[in-house]
Write a protein that binds this ligand. Structure first.
Ligand code: HSE
Length: 299
């Protein structure tokens, strides 16, 4: 039986000012192996091996099935093996990567009937917001937007090298809860504040003028509200900046935090760890590169 393995990167969304719009693919991966089977059978290694559903409620299966439905092809079941390295419910896009992996795997089994843009629209619909799905598929730094009801994206390859120090606290934050606490309306001042910052962030990534990143990552739309879900967030931000980070932001809906840096990565990571410890929160950190390729079919 034909099987396919898809390598899907983790992502960090929002990047401060770019709520639901800006995101970046990271050098950290989940692997989804999928094949047609007489019934559905799911195996999971690493993250979520004791907590994620092993039946048709699994979101990898749901995304794969949605592709079969879109193609109007019936199937009895899928054999799915997941090797998950992206921590769950930590703001690193694990659900988007899972959906993208399932959908791309199913599309391969169907002889690539759909374009990656069609898979992007399908998986963003399942996810409820597009920002993580886009870089998981296409890599790099992406701007996702909806034009006349159609999801589109613009991909930027940063013109200078920098790394991302990701601090991952031990506790989880549910994205739905982190979205519920956000106000549904904002003032004109807040909108203007974020528009300016988001433009500045994109310009600094495009031109390599990294001195604008820290201001470009300031935000009034989500971070101030999500602070209460991430004890110590302000102190972790301060520690990263004091130790040489060029900018720092809550990763997606949190609780992970990303610091952009060109040097001193270990010191920045350790300082953020110490800052969390003051709040009795254990954490680990990773120093990652930007993934520029997005998904890869490796088998
Ligand atoms: N843009 C989304 C949010 C990302 O902030 O809610 C969730 O991972």
């Amino acid at each position: 039986m034909k099987s396919v393995t898809v390598k899907v990167p983790a992502t960090t969304a929002n990047l401060g000012a770019g709520f639901d719009t800006l995101a970046l693919a990271l050098d950290l991966y989940d692997y989804v192996t999928i094949e047609l089977n007489t019934k559905t059978h799911i195996e999971i290694e690493n993250e979520g091996e004791n907590s994620l559903p092993l039946d048709e409620k699994n979101i990898v299966y749901i995304a794969a099935k949605a592709v079969f439905d879109m193609a109007k092809v019936e199937m009895d079941g899928l054999k799915i093996k997941l090797v998950n390295n992206i921590p769950l419910a930590r703001g690193l896009g694990s659900s988007a990567s899972a959906r993208v992996g399932g959908a791309i795997g199913a599309n391969c089994l169907l002889g690539n009937r759909f374009s990656n843009d069609e898979i992007m629209s399908l998986t963003a619909g399942l996810e409820g917001h597009p920002d993580n799905v886009t870089p998981a598929l296409f890599g790099g730094f992406t701007i996702s937007y909806i034009d006349k009801g159609e999801l589109k994206y613009f991909k930027i390859s940063p013109s200078v090298e920098f790394k991302i120090v990701v601090i991952i606290p031990q506790f989880e934050v549910s994205t739905s809860k982190a979205r519920e606490i956000l106000p549904s309306k904002i003032s004109r001042e807040e909108a203007v504040f974020n528009i300016g910052r988001a433009c500045l962030l994109v310009s600094s990534i495009l031109t390599g003028q990294l001195e604008y990143i820290s201001v470009g990552m300031q935000d009034m739309l989500h971070q101030p509200y999500r602070k209460k879900l991430v004890p110590g967030m302000d102190d972790v931000f301060k520690a990263a900046m004091k130790n040489g980070a060029r900018g720092v932001a809550l990763s997606g809906a949190g609780p992970s935090i990303v610091a952009f840096a060109t040097e001193g990565f270990e010191e920045i990571g350790k300082s953020m760890q110490q800052a969390f410890l003051k709040y009795n929160i254990k954490s680990r950190f990773l120093v990652t590169e930007i993934n520029s390729k997005g998904i890869e079919i490796i088998d």
